[in-house]
Design a protein around this ligand. Structure first.
Ligand SMILES: [Zn+2]
Length: 350
């Protein structure tokens, strides 16, 4: 019997559609509720037909010019990296952390007690298909090094997360590919909600929620994509962002306890996800990886990464975070999760 309740409901909306000579139309609006956190996501098949209105076309010539223009003064390009902030002596004596092409350094405008940036590539601009697993792995390894230093200085910083904003529609102030890591002694709202829900599930059912989710999704097959090592990848039932795909570590909730192999397999999966998004015609994305330092069995917490697409870049692009997200904490689903999972599977088989 299924422990997890995948709740959804449907409403109908009637209109005379000017796109079809004002003929009567009934649109089906289906709302999906996240089984763990309760947030909602809405799907209307009619939107898939008019997807271009929501996605926008990529203006490749404009994007190429934006990349060329911003490269001239980019602080993240090798020629100007000496101008970046550095860690104080005693924290990281070298001032920064370099692994392969990755360079981790302090964020100039911190949003938490510990806030770092990791440049992931020498190249100033990458298409999503070019986020190579080795580049991603080295950026995570560089950030893990910083997290170790942060943990020595502030052992009470249990709340750690790694994120990316790629390209201006995703909120990036720098175009150059980079990740960010936050750590603090108190959780931000989503972390607190996630951890509390995981703990409650563990105490009620005696096993972690995300382990149950992986097991049920693997049995159903419809939203399960593939595994890379200990990471299981699936399409989110109720996404927090467009086209959201999730990666779940089988057992480990502590970012500092992830082995080299764990991080390599995380990078492999994330690279496949981004290649799939690139194939679908997207250029911009966010991800968030949630971790909990010293996660114990009773916390029922596993590392989870959520990867989502954003509005495509073009001059005067339309913001895709509107009242639905900002005011109603809900997300618009551009595709059915089962359809996304089916498409993504092909990108995990190479
Ligand atoms: Zn650059």
């Amino acid at each position: 019997m299924s422990l997890i309740e995948f709740e959804q409901w449907e409403d109908a909306f009637e209109l005379l559609n000017p796109l079809n000579n004002f003929t009567f139309e009934r649109q089906r609006v289906r709302v999906f509720r996240d089984p763990l956190l309760g947030h909602t996501s809405v799907y209307n098949p009619a939107i898939e037909d008019g997807l271009k209105v929501f996605l926008g076309d990529v203006d490749e010539a404009w994007l190429k010019k934006l990349a060329e223009d911003t490269e001239q003064n980019c602080l993240f390009c090798s020629a100007r990296q000496h101008l970046l902030a550095r860690y104080p002596d005693g924290f990281i004596d070298a001032g920064d952390v370099r692994v392969g092409e990755a360079l981790a350094f302090p964020n100039l405008f911190a949003l938490a007690g510990s806030h770092s940036v990791a440049i992931i590539s020498r190249k100033h601009f990458l298409r999503l298909e070019e986020f190579d697993p080795a580049l991603i792995r080295d950026a995570f390894l560089a950030l893990q090094n910083v997290a170790r230093a942060s943990d020595r200085k502030n052992p009470d910083y249990r709340w750690l997360s790694v994120h990316s904003n790629y390209l201006p529609p995703a909120g990036a102030s720098q175009l150059h590919p980079h990740f960010q890591m936050l750590a603090s002694s108190q959780p931000y709202q989503h972390q607190a909600q996630l951890a509390a829900a995981c703990q409650q599930w563990q105490s009620r059912h005696g096993e972690p929620y995300h382990a149950c989710l992986v097991k049920e999704e693997q049995e159903k097959q419809s939203r399960y994509i593939a595994a890379t090592g200990p990471w299981h990848w699936l399409a989110a039932y109720a996404p927090l962002g467009s086209n959201e795909l999730m990666g779940i570590h089988e057992t480990q909730g502590d970012f500092l306890e992830l082995s080299y192999e764990d991080i390599s397999q995380l990078a492999a999966g994330l690279s496949h996800v981004l290649a799939y998004f690139g194939h679908l015609g997207y250029f911009s994305f966010n991800f968030s990886l949630y971790a909990l330092r010293h996660a114990e069995k009773e916390d029922g917490f596993s590392c989870v990464i959520r990867v989502m697409t954003r509005q495509n870049p073009a001059p005067n692009y339309r913001g895709d975070d509107f009242y639905l997200q900002k005011g109603l904490s809900s997300e618009l689903m551009l595709a059915h999760p089962e359809v996304l999972a089916t498409g993504a599977r092909g990108f995990f088989n190479n």
